[in-house]
Design a protein around this ligand. Structure first.
Ligand code: ADP
Length: 479
């Protein structure tokens, strides 16, 4: 086929190799991409036989070529084409036959794609090695951290048993609380790295459900009391005392949700509800709800909440700390226990995190319950949570509300004087929540105070503080 077949010239414009050949493999036409890529001149290529270009398919051991047989190229998607200098490059080819005995070959040079494949494979291997190293490192570091933290906890516990002085006990309790926080972070990191490595498995044992709840609640009581939050617990009595599941991980889920609830609630109430959703034979489904009246989460922010390392915004990290791992781990753990986790929340109003999990009951399920003394203690807490009392607590101007505001104002003054701006910001927010009244005339002063504190401006904060205090004194008389 001659080049004077003019309409084929357009094929010189394509990057794809186009070759027309007859049944003996003689090349009748080759476009510019073909001879350029194979480093032949146009004339040289017309002297070539297809079998010489496709060595892989046609070369014999003695260096000569098998006679051309297009059947060897048919159906083959990927092969290599040889250049004049005997080097080769990978291609993806398609063959088309015409009625007049001429066949057409279209080939795409896939060197770039192959290189990318190799590079991607290399990167994946590197990533896998890095991931393994990271996981090993995390496992080692968390183990190294856990040992001293447990040591401190043990010694502080022993001191607490021996010391009666209230001030010293308070300090020790703070140390214990800090240790518990650290343990929680270490455990979350450890679980996260195991999940990443695909090595995470649940460990199921039989345990006393009520004792477990007792333990979880006891862990958070000190902080709840310190923040002067109200607290209620409701546990469905139909839940069997002994269940089979991963106790440690259920504790972790609850700890993650409860510590967030406590952390993000400045004023108001936290409640924990557990009910039995259903029981079929030895399988029992439990439904947990952790509610708070804290800072809340907007609709948009809720979308990414369960992703690793996600925190709602940087100012929250600055004020409240945290790693952004808790909820992602919580979600994964709940799903491993055949459940789902949900959040309902409104900015400024509070949040409700709920989840369900499936556990098995043990042979002990039907036995009468021996509720521990402590369980009885916190179960009584619920009694104190009458709605009436709750309203009294938040109603602006009620005795309880006045006492709260005064206490927080004193702490706020101290924080401003010490330049503890984060703490002052939190306190100012609490005071704002506590002074919410239908008249709303406090709002302006409090906002001004908040602005001063956010700007870490001592004079402005103090002036606004005095202003707020004056308005309150005007309402309630001298402090
Ligand atoms: P962190 O360790 O930072 O608390 P989490 O995964 O537990 O990580 O939570 C992620 C983010 O979700 C938090 O930084 C916070 O912004 C938001 N959040 C979680 N729980 C609550 C809650 N009860 N109230 C308000 N915000 C919450």
């Amino acid at each position: 086929m001659e080049k004077d077949w003019m309409d084929l010239n357009v094929l010189d414009e394509t990057f794809e190799i186009v070759i027309a050949f007859d049944q003996s493999g003689k090349i009748l036409f080759a476009n510019k991409a073909a001879w350029e890529k194979m480093c032949y001149t146009e004339e040289e290529l017309y002297e070539c036989n297809m079998s010489k270009i496709f060595w892989q398919e046609f070369q014999q051991e003695n260096g000569s070529y098998d006679p051309f047989d297009k059947g060897k190229l048919l159906g083959k998607k990927e092969t290599v084409m040889y250049r004049k200098n005997s080097s080769c490059f990978p291609i993806e080819l398609r063959l088309f036959s015409s009625k007049n005995g001429t066949d057409y070959l279209l080939a795409e040079d896939i060197t770039w794609r192959k290189n990318m494949d190799v590079r991607i494979r290399q990167l994946k291997e590197e990533e896998e090695t890095n991931r393994q190293m990271r996981n090993e490192f995390t496992a080692n570091v968390t183990h190294e951290l856990r040992t001293p933290v447990n040591g401190i906890k043990g010694h502080v516990g022993a001191l607490l048993d021996a010391i009666e002085d209230q001030e010293q006990r308070k300090t020790l309790e703070i140390i214990l609380f800090c240790c518990d926080n650290m343990s929680a972070i270490i455990n979350n990191i450890l679980d996260f790295s195991k999940m990443e490595a695909g090595e995470f498995v649940l460990e199921e044992t039989e345990f006393d459900f009520y004792k477990m709840m007792d333990h979880v609640i006891a862990t958070h009581m000190a902080e709840i009391n310190k923040k002067e939050l109200r607290f209620s617990v409701y546990i469905d009595e139909n839940i069997p005392q002994f269940v089979i599941g991963d106790e440690l991980r259920i504790v972790r889920i609850l700890n993650n949700l409860l510590s967030n609830a406590v952390k993000f609630t400045l004023v108001g109430q936290i409640s924990v509800d557990v009910s039995k959703a259903m029981q079929v034979n030895d399988e029992v489904e439990l439904f947990f709800m952790v509610r708070d009246t804290g800072i809340g989460i907007s609709r948009e922010e809720q979308d990414n909440l369960f992703q690793s390392f996600k925190q709602v915004d940087a100012s929250i990290t600055r004020r409240f700390g945290g790693t952004g791992l808790g909820l992602s781990i919580t979600k994964q753990l709940v799903e491993m226990m055949n459940g789902t986790v949900h959040v309902e929340s409104e900015k400024g109003k509070g949040s409700c995190f709920s989840f369900n999990i499936k556990l098995r009951t043990s042979g002990n399920a039907g036995e009468s319950r021996d509720l521990s003394e402590t369980y009885q203690n916190w179960s009584n807490l619920t009694v104190g949570m009458e709605q009436e009392h709750q309203e009294d607590y938040t109603t602006f101007g009620s005795e309880e509300n006045k006492a709260q505001i005064k206490r927080r104002m004193e702490k706020l003054l101290l924080s401003i004087e010490l330049g503890a701006w984060d703490k002052a910001e939190t306190l100012a927010e609490t005071i704002k929540a506590l002074t919410e009244s239908p008249e709303g005339n406090m709002k302006k002063e409090i906002l001004r105070m908040e602005m001063g504190i956010r700007k870490e401006n001592y004079e402005k904060s103090m002036a606004a503080y005095e202003q707020v205090k004056a308005v309150l004194t005007e309402k309630w008389g001298k402090w």
